[in-house]
Design a protein around this ligand. Structure first.
Ligand code: AMP
Ligand code: GLY
Length: 413
């Protein structure tokens, strides 16, 4: 089978590596660090399966255009992509499907928004309705800060038109989990869960990012989480989408909080996560190309069961100077070959470009994904950080606590 992956970041590199185990892979446009990258647009390529990585082309209807050409595509049409493109739509669908999620309200005017905030116990969560690359979310314990953020977003100052409608939510607590569910429009197959580290700084400090690291499996994950997400989240959501005439063949990414009352949905994305899916995809031992093709055909019944290595996979993102506020680009990247030589390590290229001499330079905020694997989390983590210590460029930074054991809760004597 020949598979065409659409996109250009670490997620697409991860997809390419996992798919290449059983298929021939091209990536468009890819990047100079991803083997098989071609500049030809997907509309002009021939492949047996097209897998669309990022959300923006899905929201813009790329899956619809490719299907209209008779191509076999994994990725929802523009109708299904609204689950990620509009938080209001997402909340409407999951409420109708009775999926466990946070209390919320949607607002375009400041006064009712503030009135709703005042009814919540806090923490407060203020989100832009439109796409803001994971950065349009404020989580705060301060009502004043939440009110100020609502004003900035609704006035268009902070996020332009994407902010002119806001969703306000009750803040959830507990560890977060990412579950990627492969969907054929009707049936759902969840992959093993992962955990993503969203804040830029150690100990979950500083601004939110697209994700600074991930691991799978992760400590504290309930054994039945994948199964629960299939039956309690994904299948009811697919049924509700079908009732609205939407045939969702793609990846439903459930962003969850593992609350004391069980898992609750924070968000749906309509694609694999970045970087959280990379640890899951590389962990798989079953045939990914075959699974995704079956979903694209609307017939997951024919796919072999998903299996994964018992090893732990740990991923640390190496980011450019200034990320996530103002990433600097064009810095020469050293040491990828040395990092790959570390036992159990893998390096995926996310935000990279080639300079005139063909050498790799930084071209985005999240530049490299450095992975380690091992029979336990401590070993995998050590291999990831040993590999990471081989790569460098001016101003490179990363978190030091990915997959680190969390101090146990203090116990009252
Ligand atoms: P989103 O753009 O909805 O993915 O949110 C980005 C991040 O903000 C999430 O991964 C969470 O870390 C945080 N977040 C979003 N919604 C909530 C919520 N209701 N309670 C607590 N944290 C949240
Ligand atoms: N890692 C978060 C995301 O892909 O949205």
């Amino acid at each position: 089978m020949k598979v065409c992956v659409v996109g250009s970041g670490g997620r697409e590199h991860g997809l390419a590596v996992a798919l290449a185990r059983t298929a021939e892979v091209v990536v468009t446009p890819g990047n100079p660090g991803i083997p098989g990258s071609v500049p030809t647009p997907p509309e002009e390529l021939d492949a047996d399966l097209f897998v669309i990585g990022p959300e923006q082309p899905l929201v813009d209807g790329l899956a619809d255009r490719l299907r209209a050409q008779g191509k076999r595509v994994l990725g929802p049409g523009a109708d299904g992509a609204r689950l990620e493109g509009s938080k209001t739509f997402m909340k409407e669908v999951v409420t109708a499907a009775d999926v466990p999620t946070a209390r919320y309200g949607t607002f375009t005017e400041v006064e009712p928004a503030v009135a709703f905030l005042e009814t919540l116990p806090g923490p407060y969560v203020v989100k832009t309705d439109g796409l803001a690359a994971g950065k349009g979310v404020l989580v705060t314990g301060s009502l004043d800060e939440a009110v100020a953020d609502v004003r900035d977003k609704l006035s268009g100052t902070s996020f332009g038109d994407a902010g002119r409608r806001v969703v306000i939510e009750e803040g959830l607590t507990g560890p977060e989990a990412s579950v990627f569910v492969v969907c054929d429009g009707e049936r759902a197959v969840a992959l093993p869960p992962a955990q993503d580290y969203k804040r830029v700084g150690d100990g979950d400090t500083g601004p939110n990012t697209g994700g600074m690291g991930a691991w799978s499996p992760f400590a504290g994950c309930p054994d039945d989480l994948a199964r629960v997400v299939e039956t309690r989240f994904a299948e009811p959501t697919l049924a509700e989408l079908r009732a609205r005439g939407i045939d969702f063949r793609g990846v439903l990414y459930a962003g969850l909080f593992l609350t004391p009352d069980g898992p609750k949905l924070v968000e749906y994305n309509v694609r694999f996560g970045d970087p959280d899916s990379q640890v899951v995809l590389l962990r798989l031992t079953s045939d990914l190309a075959d699974l995704l093709a079956a979903a694209a055909d609307g017939d997951l019944r024919r796919a072999a069961p998903v299996t994964a290595s018992d090893d732990t996979f740990v991923l640390v993102v190496a980011a450019s100077d200034g990320y996530p506020v103002a990433p600097r680009t064009g810095d020469p990247i050293e040491g990828i070959k040395e990092a790959r030589a570390v036992d159990g390590a893998e390096v995926l290229c996310a935000g990279v470009a080639a300079d005139d001499a063909g050498a790799l330079v930084t071209a985005g905020g999240r530049v490299l994904d450095v992975l380690g694997r091992g029979p336990d989390a401590a070993t995998a983590r050590r291999q990831a950080y040993v590999a990471l210590s081989a790569v460098s460029w001016p101003g490179m930074h990363h978190r030091r606590d990915i997959a680190a054991p969390v101090d146990p809760e203090p116990v009252d004597p």
